[in-house]
Design a binder for this molecule. Structure first.
Ligand code: MN
Length: 522
């Protein structure tokens, strides 16, 4: 059997995408789950990018038990030294260094000749090798590079000690048979390549990231880089769950090929990421979308359980979807509640369980049936939203909608200067509430986006509000949930403001040049 290594970059490439930024505590939760999922490598971040990234990688390196922990680094001494320092506490450590090899990137971005790029790559790998035997080298934009130049640079970095060579389709430009051909060509024309891992990193700009990755596996790639729910820059990365399930479901095509992933942790991993980022997958998304296995219900109703395989190519239990449809309500006990939150991938300490259970009981009094989505929303609201230091806390809110007079809101906040109350008018109650909050917080951020979504059906549903704000060039996501959307809105806005204010403290520069331009990544 040949084992394909799964290199998860949810916390690096995924986290770089708009709306998916996570703080250290959130990244740690996700890293623990990825380790349970059984991925081989966790790319935990880009150490030089910011002190926050550095700290998160270091914390992840301390807690991960099985997977290799990796940091990205440009082919620069400062980047590699910082990456080495960040991953130092890990049991298994990898440095992933990269430089662009396509004519367009070498000429317009790097302003270096191919010979200079080659020299930089060899120097970078040689230096990385002094910190760990496990060094990955990526030829950024390999999809649009001269294949012979890629072979030359790969041969040179193998000599320097690289143990994994990555062929990224950075811009998501290739077509499956073409990409497979490129992988085959590189395998055939690079001296020494048989003794190292060959990796691919595909983007989904044309919706082909998974198809390209699978074509590469059949062409001989031994590692695939991917993310949970396919999150990532622009249209995203190849989605881990689709790659792993395609390999598992079609052993006739992927002959003698396996991964180490425990597929029963897939659903839980997907849900955890959604609950952390507030970014939902579309209902028709393969494997993890809400409708992906929905025919189950219809089949149950029609009592044709014996003919499951008529429409079902995968068993939902294999991806960790529980088939017991027990719903929780006001008579559910603490034990049932704890079992459910564990099955949703949410692990809480005893104090947090107490708080969440208390909130659950109050919600169960308001609505008969408490769905999984309600539980995720309330835990986000009760626990995750308070993991950050809170400069401003909502104390009281009264808002009035009227067809006859202008809507107004009266908001009371706990602020660093004590309890303050402000009344404001607006175009609607949410607008009025935000104006009152702006006045008390001195409007520290710019509101980019506001989305309200009912987490279940019915007018008694919990309303979850997700806002995105911008502060000093960085985006922050705030979330709030309540059965009242105006209260959800206020909580979400305050959550985003608190996160942004915290980041200002963390992001004090640690030296010159530490913040890199956003375009530098694979
Ligand atoms: Mn990428």
């Amino acid at each position: 059997m040949k084992t394909i290594k799964i290199f998860d970059t949810t916390l690096r490439d995924g986290e770089q995408s708009p709306g998916c930024s996570m703080n250290t505590a959130e990244k740690l939760k996700m890293a623990e789950q990825l380790d349970r999922l059984g991925v081989d490598i966790i790319e935990a971040g880009f150490a030089i990018a910011s002190p926050g990234d550095f700290e998160a990688i270091q914390e992840i390196a301390r807690i991960v038990k099985h997977a290799t922990v990796c940091s990205l680094a440009r082919a620069l001494r400062t980047d590699i030294e910082r990456a080495a320092e960040a991953i130092a506490p890990a049991g298994k450590r990898r440095i992933h260094t990269f430089i662009a090899t396509s004519p367009i990137h070498m000429e317009h971005k790097l302003k270096l000749s191919p010979a200079q790029v080659m020299e930089r790559a060899v120097e970078a790998v040689t230096l990385a090798k002094t910190f760990t035997p496990d060094v990955e080298f990526s030829a950024e934009d390999a999809g649009r590079s001269d294949p012979d130049f890629v072979c030359q640079i790969f041969a040179a970095v193998i000599q320097a000690g690289a143990s994994t060579l990555n062929i990224p389709d950075t811009v998501g430009y290739t077509i499956p048979h073409e990409f497979a051909e490129r992988v085959r060509y590189i395998l055939a024309h690079t001296p020494g390549i048989q003794k190292v891992d060959v990796s691919v990193h595909c983007h989904d700009d044309l919706g082909l990231a998974v198809a390209n990755s699978l074509a590469a596996v059949l062409a001989g790639a031994t590692q695939v880089e991917c993310t949970i729910n396919g999150i990532g820059e622009r249209a995203g990365n190849a989605s881990l769950e689709e790659i792993v399930m395609a390999i598992k479901t079609r052993p006739d095509i992927f002959k003698n090929i396996v991964t180490r992933v425990n597929t029963r942790e897939i659903h839980r991993s997907s849900r955890l990421l959604t609950s952390i980022t507030g970014v939902h997958v579309q209902p028709n998304k393969a494997i993890v979308g809400a409708n992906a296995f929905l025919h189950e219900a219809g089949i149950h109703q029609h009592g044709v359980l014996n003919y499951k395989q008529t429409y079902e190519i995968m068993d939902p239990a294999d991806v960790g979807i529980s088939t017991d449809n027990l719903v929780l309500g006001k008579h559910s006990g603490r034990h049932a509640f704890v079992a459910r939150i564990q099955s949703l991938g949410l692990e809480l300490g005893p104090q947090d369980v107490d708080k969440a259970f208390d909130r659950f009981k109050r919600l169960a009094d308001q609505k008969k049936v408490v769905a999984d989505e309600d539980i995720i929303a309330l835990i986000n609201d009760e626990i995750f939203a308070h993991m950050d230091r809170e400069t401003y806390v909502l104390e009281r809110l009264e808002a009035v909608s009227s067809t006859d007079q202008s809507p107004h809101a009266r908001v009371t906040l706990l602020t660093p200067d004590g309890v303050r109350t402000v009344e404001a008018q607006g175009d609607g109650v949410v607008d009025a509430t935000y104006k009152a909050i702006d006045e008390m917080t001195a409007r520290p951020v710019e509101l980019l986006d506001y989305v309200v979504q009912a987490v279940t059906e019915g007018t008694d549903a919990m309303g979850e509000v997700v806002v995105r704000v911008k502060d000093r060039g960085r985006m922050f996501t705030g979330r709030g949930s309540s059965t009242d959307v105006v209260i959800s809105s206020a909580k979400a806005y305050l959550n985003a403001i608190n996160k942004a204010l915290n980041a200002r403290q963390v992001l004090k520069p640690i030296g010159h040049n530490t913040l890199i331009e956003e375009s530098a990544s694979i």
